[in-house]
Design a binder for this molecule. Structure first.
Ligand SMILES: NC(=O)c1ccc[n+]([C@@H]2O[C@H](COP(=O)([O-])OP(=O)(O)OC[C@H]3O[C@@H](n4cnc5c(N)ncnc54)[C@H](OP(=O)(O)O)[C@@H]3O)[C@@H](O)[C@H]2O)c1
Length: 271
């Protein structure tokens, strides 16, 4: 089956599911008529139908009609969804879960040995600058892998890792935008403190992050780029001295470690 022929079903249609749906639509990967969803709130269900041109459904119908089922509820809502799903007859459907910190084995505990993919998109997906980390079962079907890669490539970059590296991936790239927002805001506030109007300082900060990230994505090595920008006794070097004294690198590393630890704790809660 070609990716464009797939029928998708979303269980949960909040921020992340909507972002995925929007990207699929913009890329014209799968027609909206082949996408259905369920969510709890009837008013929001209607609104989502109107906004996205996709069909609201019931769980049994969604399962029956879908080739690929995306589970996009929050981890706390997952157990109920899996209990409801377990009551239904699953045929050749495959599952993609985006729940942070929940291992594939938890899904199999409820649903048996179904084909399942774990995907960890991040907030950048909503502006097609996402970073999605995918993890597959051993012996995962090559076609299913390709389908997942095609879908998440619509919204940015895709990297595959073994499942044991999902917690660090969550700490780095799923929580990562949050850490970067804090840094952008700190840059902007520093600009404001020295006389720049906040909106101008914010734009300078955000574009500085975007440009620096683009240089690295184009193949630049951070070490070489740092050597290029930091002339001896210059302005950047003066700033680096303070970053070294205040152990900025270590504190960023600790933030990622803390997010990774929390992801591990969550995965233990789900067993
Ligand atoms: N935010 C991120 O950056 C990020 C990154 C990676 C992964 N994730 C994962 O993405 C998942 C979704 O996050 P989100 O931010 O999109 O959450 P969200 O906006 O709260 O959306 C959750 C959706 O699940 C629906 N729902 C809840 N219980 C349900 C049930 N029993 N049956 C059907 N639908 C149900 C809700 O419906 P109603 O609104 O109608 O109640 C809502 O549409 C989470 O597991 C999170 O870990 C998030």
């Amino acid at each position: 089956m070609k990716t464009g022929d797939l029928k998708l079903g979303f269980i949960g249609f909040g921020h992340m599911a909507q972002g995925i749906c929007r990207a699929i639509d913009r890329a014209k990967l799968i027609p909206r008529s082949q996408i259905s969803f369920i969510r709890r709130d009837p008013a929001k269900m209607k609104k989502s139908e109107q906004e996205f041109g996709v069909t609201s459904s019931t769980l049994p119908t969604l399962v029956e009609k879908s080739d690929l089922i995306f589970i996009c509820v929050r981890p706390a809502q997952l157990e109920q969804v899996l209990k409801d799903l377990a009551k239904l007859k699953m045929g050749s459907q495959k599952i993609i879960t985006i729940a942070a910190g929940v291992k594939m084995a938890y899904f199999q505990k409820h649903l048996g040995r179904i084909p399942i993919i774990r995907a960890m998109p991040n907030m950048g997906s909503s502006v097609l600058e996402g970073m999605t980390v995918l993890s597959f079962q051993q012996n995962a079907d090559a076609v299913l892998k390709e389908e997942a890669q095609a879908i998440f490539s619509c919204m940015g970059e895709v990297i595959e890792v073994p499942e044991e590296l999902m917690d660090i991936s969550c700490g780095l790239s799923a929580s990562g935008p949050g850490f970067v927002f804090r840094m952008i805001e700190a840059f902007a506030k520093a600009g404001e403190a020295h006389g720049l109007p906040y909106p101008k300082a914010l734009k300078m900060a955000a574009q500085t992050f975007a440009g620096a990230a683009r240089l690295v994505l184009k193949g630049g090595n951070p070490k070489d780029l740092i050597a290029q920008i930091a002339t001896p006794n210059g302005t950047t070097e003066a700033g680096f001295k303070v970053m070294d004294e205040s152990k900025t690198d270590q504190s960023l590393s600790s933030a990622i470690q803390a997010a990774t630890k929390r992801s591990k704790e969550l995965s233990h809660e789900f067993f």
